[in-house]
Design a protein around this ligand. Sequence first.
Ligand code: SAM
Ligand code: SF4
Ligand code: SF4
Length: 347
Amino acid sequence: MAFVGDVHGRPLRNLRLSVTDRCNLRCAYCMPEEDYAWLPRVDILDFEEISVLVDRFCELGVDKVRLTGGEPLLRKDVERLIEMLAAKPALRDLAITTNGLLLPERVEALRAAGLHRVTVSLDTLHPDRFRALTRRDGLEQVLAGIESVAAAGFTGTKLDTVVMRGVNEDELVPLVECGRDVGAEVRFIEYMDVGGATNWSMDKVVPCDEILARLAAHYGPVEPLETGEAGAEEASAPADRFRLPDGTVFGIIASTTRPFCASCDRSRLTADGMWYLCLYAAEGTDLRGPLRAGASPEELRALVTGTWNARDDRGAERRLAEGPRTPLVPITDLRKDPHLEMHTRGG
Ligand code: SAM
Ligand code: SF4
Ligand code: SF4
C-alpha cells in the first residue's frame, strides 16, 4: 500500500467526508447560535466529484472513510454515494456518524448500499435534556434508530457521547447500560473547544480521569485494554478502551486533556471540497478548484501528497500546552468562514 507521511511520520489513512453542512439538530456544543452562514450550493461537490477525490486519496494510502456532516443522512440520496464508495476495493472500512434521527427510515437502505458500520451520537436518555441540548424533539426516534442498526445486521456499532459538566455527567452508567443492551460500544468524548463550541469553557469539560473514576465507583475496577484486544482498532484510533468487571467494553476520547495528535492519521474533506489536516486548522486546501478546472489524477495526487508531506499539525496538543483556554474561534470569525465550524468540518 502507498505510504505518504507527514513531517512527524504520520500516514495519510483516515478520511472524514462531510457530505453536508446542514443539520436537523442544534447541539449546544456544536451549533449553539441562532443563525448560520451555509456553504453555497453551487460549491457542494456532487457524488461523482467526491468519488474521484476519494480515488486519489485511496491511491495515496487512505483505506478508511467516514461519512459525516452536519447530518449526513440529510444529504439527498447519500445511499448512492455509499454504493459508489463501497465498490472501491481499497476501502476496508466505510462508516457513518449520524445523530440517528433519520435512521429508522434509512437503515435498511444504508445496509443494502454496502455501508460497513454506524456510529450514533447519543448524549442523554432523558427526553427533556435531549430537547434542551439539541433544541429539537426526537430522542425516541434516535433510540428507535439505534435499535434499528443491529436489527439491520450491522456490527461494530458505536454510541458517541459528549460529556458536559452540569448536563449529562450523571448519565455515564445508564449510557453504558444502553450500549450493552443494544450491542454497541459507548465512547465518552471530552467536550472540545473547537469550531462552533462558542460556549465552551474548561470547567464544563469532564476529564477522562473523572469519567473513569465515576464508572469505577459504580462498577468496580476498570481495566485498560491493550491495542488489538477485544476487536480493538489500531493504535491510531482516538479512543482509549476499557473493560468493566462484567466484560462490557467502552471507550474514552480524551481530546481535550490527553490529546492523541502523535498518532493522528485523520484528515477532513468538507462538502465543498476543502481539505483540512487537523480539526483545529485555520486554513484548508482547496481541492474543488483544481478538480473542476480539470486537474489530472497525477496533478491531484501531487497536490495531496505535497500538502500531507508538509503537515505539522498537532492542534489539540498545542492548545493544551498554551495554558488557560477560551473557545478557539470568536463568533465574528465563524460568521465570516463557515469552514471553521465543526458541523462543516465533520467533527
Ligand atoms: N451530525 C452527526 C452527529 O452528530 O453524529 C455527525 C456530525 S457531528 C459534527 C460529529 C461528532 O462531533 C458528533 O459525535 C458530535 O458529538 C461531535 N462534536 C461536535 N462538537 C463537539 C465538541 N465541541 N466537542 C466534542 N465533540 C463534538
Ligand atoms: Fe449535533 Fe451533529 Fe448536528 Fe453538530 S452536526 S448539531 S453534533 S447533530
Ligand atoms: Fe489530529 Fe488535529 Fe485532532 Fe490532533 S487536534 S488529533 S492532529 S485532528
